[in-house]
Design a binder for this molecule. Structure first.
Ligand SMILES: [Zn+2]
Length: 384
């Protein structure tokens, strides 16, 4: 039994009702549907707005973060008036303003193996709006184990991907990527950047696929991976096969419960905005400043990209971008005191691992990167 629509709802959704493939019964299906959106950032913003506007009756939002100034370049569900507020509350209020007819549930929580089943339980479809591998594998496994479709999207700089992973009818994310990439190989948007409108395109595609799944119309992106290149303005479609030996959706699954995804991927399950190499390898900005002021001879190595030095720079530092780091080790001397830095301490922590495994002992990682220096030592530098 599908719910009825009020006169107000009929007027609100009239442009849907005019489409024969949607019509009154389709709009009722939307009203009866429930969707969980994990992440209310770049992808979650357009997905949540369009699904709310479309009249999806119940939408859950999961996020643990607060709205930050650097989010506003792309996370269009939030605004300057909500800086510092919980993202799930900022998003919910905007969605309820757009459409008070729907129910919006909020989970101000870090989704993990302990709470994932409970959070996902009331929802038919899961939209993956996250930006890290541990959560991506968690969402995949959760969807396979609960039999729910996983509407996937990912973004980086000018490139986006989308698919629908639905193990009942096609491959899952693990069929495509059985193992996560080595830690640090694939940079996040927090490190490598993203064109602000790119998640708008991919998040809107995720919303489109979600609506098609609810309505049961068209050809869903099941078994296909969409690749979008914004610079070429080209869309490419790659056919995906189900892997019969997939560890979770294959015929003899090895994985029958949620696992420890941070251990599996070797990285934390959040966008790493402040990198650390571990307490014994880190140096704080204040500590570095006082050692430099004390006249200590310390070689400062900047592992960022050349264009980042135009944004902010530490006097006397030398540039050795992370990508060239391993091949330029001969330029460094293990008898010298070395401090590595980048934007926020993540890339320099990786550079430090390379040095440490090459036997360097007198090397430190500037915790929080040049941004921490700008905040704690030299406010004349911008934070980016
Ligand atoms: Zn699979």
């Amino acid at each position: 039994m599908l719910p009825e629509l009020s006169h107000e709802e009929i007027l609100r959704y009239s442009r849907h009702l005019l489409i024969p493939d949607v019509g009154l019964s389709g709009q009722k299906k939307l009203k009866a549907a429930s969707v969980l959106i994990i992440g209310t950032g770049g992808l979650g913003s357009p997905a949540a707005l369009y699904l709310a506007a479309a009249g999806v009756g119940r939408i859950g939002l999961v996020d643990y973060d607060v709205v930050e100034f650097s989010n506003l370049q792309r996370q269009i569900i939030h605004g300057e008036s909500r800086l510092g507020d919980l993202k799930v509350e900022s998003a919910r209020d905007r969605m309820q303003d757009l459409n008070p007819e729907i129910q919006v549930d909020t989970y101000n929580d870090f989704i993990n193996s302990e709470n994932a089943f409970r959070i996902a339980e009331p929802y038919d479809i899961i939209v993956d709006g996250t930006d890290n591998f541990p959560t991506r594998y968690l969402i995949n496994d959760l969807c396979v184990l609960t039999g729910k479709p996983n509407v996937y999207g990912s973004i980086f700089r000018f490139d986006g991907q989308a698919s629908v992973f639905y193990a009942k009818e096609g491959p899952c994310y693990r069929c495509l990527f059985p193992e996560p990439p080595p830690p640090g190989l694939v940079p996040s948007c927090a490190e490598g950047g993203v064109l602000g409108v790119l998640p708008g395109t991919i998040g809107s595609i995720q919303a489109t696929e979600t609506l098609k799944l609810i309505l049961g119309i068209g050809e869903p992106l099941i078994g296909r991976l969409l690749l979008y290149d914004a610079l070429d303005l080209s869309f490419q479609m790659v056919k995906l096969q189900k892997n019969p030996n997939c560890k979770i959706c294959g015929s003899n699954p090895e994985i029958t419960a949620l696992i420890d995804y941070e251990a599996f991927c070797g990285i934390p399950a959040h966008d790493q905005d402040e990198g650390s190499a571990g307490a014994e390898w880190d140096i704080t900005a204040k500590e570095l400043s006082s050692r430099l002021k004390g006249g200590e001879k310390i070689r400062l190595i900047d592992v960022r990209e050349p264009h980042e030095r135009e944004i902010s720079n530490l006097e006397g530092s030398e540039l050795m971008p992370l990508g060239q780091f391993a091949s330029r080790l001969s330029e460094l001397d293990s008898s010298e005191e070395i401090v590595l830095f980048c934007k926020a301490g993540t890339r320099s922590a990786r550079a430090l691992e390379i040095l440490a495994s090459a036997g360097f002992k007198k090397v430190k990682n500037l915790k929080g990167g040049i941004n921490a220096w700008a905040i704690n030592v030299d406010p004349s530098l911008p934070v980016y």
